[in-house]
Design a protein around this ligand. Structure first.
Ligand SMILES: *Cc1c(COP(=O)(O)O)cnc(C)c1O
Length: 463
């Protein structure tokens, strides 16, 4: 070996010695190997996604799904002419989901994949706005809902629609049908029940809301459609509570959104918007685009998008089928119930939702009962030292300063992991009892779990 003053050890190479470029667009290039190491190492500081019990989103997929994602990396879903089979798989998924949600004619209705429920919700909302206008609606359009995910506040602001959130009365945690009439008028373009609330995981009662709107129509003539935000519940209830009527079995339900990347089991970047019948999607929202020699209908907010999420959704649907989804989702509810029982047994907690598939999604939410020397932000912070990310956050403002905690049980969160979490909760509580925090934390101090609401919109929001 010749003598050399240069080392080929990665960590002695210049960029790694000097630090990664941060502020300005870098001038020089570096070896791919070095750049990879910088980025890879920096990401070590991110939380472990499977221990992130605050997220609703997929954090585990099997190797086949990973392979299909890698094989689809270069497929743009908008190029329907160039990648006709990806387009075909999207159409099959639309029909399958329409069938799952009991559309009257699933083979001929319209729907689309999206980047997530937020885009799908915008599309559902826009369709309702256009239908209202076509029926002669003037004035300022509004929609009525309970405590909603931030995407509906965005829809309201971005598209100039008034949001009418029904305040929670008494010990209610969901929108109640008997409050509807007081909030609806001739400019109400839709009512949006959340099927799987972000705060608590509870289902809003879509059937009761639909009946209340039938009564309102009989009394006043107002015919107000429903859009169901089934972001988290749309791929649960059809398998684990099939008798629960919340979908197109109710004729007033004109559109539904769901996140494929939540309980649909697809990787991140997947959502769906499905209309009851083709005529429920106003033609003005559909663009027929001539593109590289083909003609295609698009009704998305995005243009170019990766195709892998649709490919992988189709894989999951045919891999698991109704039987497989039922087994997977039932297992999640089993873990949620086990966890709820364990949390209740710890003592100072009152369970709000404990994983009953007829009441809500596979999640556990709870509050502190009585006075403690610590609050739920302190507990969340302690759990973080073991790597668990457990959301603590305040309920909507009309519930005062009440704080709750929530765990989402997702594919890949096993009973063993639930037991490890319970052990760590026990340890954290003992430590907080021995060393009470001098001043208890606030949500912001604890790092908060507000990452999909920008501070400009609202600080105090879970997902
Ligand atoms: C997660 C969620 C959304 C937003 O969905 P994304 O897929 O993250 O865009 C909307 N509504 C509800 C009820 C949700 O749980």
């Amino acid at each position: 070996m010749p003598e050399s003053t240069e080392s080929d050890d990665l960590f002695t190479m210049f960029p790694l010695e000097a630090g990664a470029p941060k502020a300005a667009f870098p001038k020089a290039e570096m070896f791919g190997q070095v750049a990879y190491q910088i980025v890879h190492d920096e990401l070590l500081l991110d939380g472990v996604s499977r221990m992130n019990l605050a997220t609703f989103c997929t954090t585990w997929v099997d190797d086949h799904a990973r392979r299909l994602m890698a094989e689809s990396l270069d497929k743009n879903i908008v190029d329907k002419d160039e990648y006709p089979q990806t387009a075909e798989l999207e159409q099959r998924c639309v029909r399958m989901i329409a069938d799952l949600w009991h559309a009257p004619d699933p083979a001929h209705t319209l729907g689309t994949s999206t980047t997530g429920s937020s885009e799908a919700a915008m599309l559902g909302g826009l369709a309702a706005k256009f239908r209202w206008r076509a029926k002669g609606g003037k004035g300022i359009p509004n929609f009525v809902c309970g405590p909603v995910q931030v995407c509906w506040e965005k829809f309201a602001r971005y598209f100039d629609v008034e949001i009418r959130q029904i305040p929670l009365r008494g010990d209610r945690l969901t929108m109640h049908a008997d409050d509807l009439a007081a909030h609806c008028d001739e400019n109400t373009i839709m009512v949006v029940p959340t099927f799987g609330q972000t705060f608590t995981g509870l289902f809003e009662d879509v059937a009761a809301i639909s009946r209340a709107l039938d009564e309102l129509q009989a009394a006043t003539g107002l015919d107000i459609p429903i859009h169901v935000d089934a972001a988290s519940g749309g791929f649960l209830a059809p398998f684990t509570a099939p008798d629960l009527v919340w979908d197109f079995r109710l004729s007033r339900v004109k559109s539904i959104n769901a996140s494929g990347h939540k309980t649909g089991l697809a990787p991140l970047g997947s959502g769906w918007a499905i209309w009851r019948e083709a005529t429920d999607l106003p033609a003005e929202l559909i663009f027929n685009v001539d593109y590289l020699g083909g003609n295609m209908a698009t009704f998305n907010l995005n243009f170019s998008r990766p195709g892998g999420q649709v490919v992988t959704s189709y894989y999951q649907f045919i891999r698991l089928g109704r039987v497989g989804y039922t087994l997977v989702q039932s297992a999640l509810y089993g873990v949620a119930k086990h966890l709820a029982k364990g949390i209740a047994a710890l003592g100072p907690f009152e369970i709000i939702h404990g994983g009953d598939p007829h009441r809500g999604i596979a999640a556990v939410s709870w509050r502190l009962a009585g006075e403690q020397t610590y609050n739920l932000y302190d507990l969340s912070d302690r759990l973080r030292t073991r790597g668990w990310l457990v959301a603590a956050y305040p309920l909507p403002a009309d519930r005062g300063a009440e704080t709750i905690m929530r765990v989402l049980v997702r594919h890949g969160f096993s009973r063993d992991m639930a037991d490890l979490l319970l052990e760590d909760m026990k340890r954290a509580m003992a430590q907080l009892d021995r060393h009470p925090p001098s001043t208890s934390m606030t949500q912001e101090e604890s790092g908060g779990f507000t990452h999909n609401a920008t501070p400009a919109v609202r600080m105090h929001r879970p997902h």
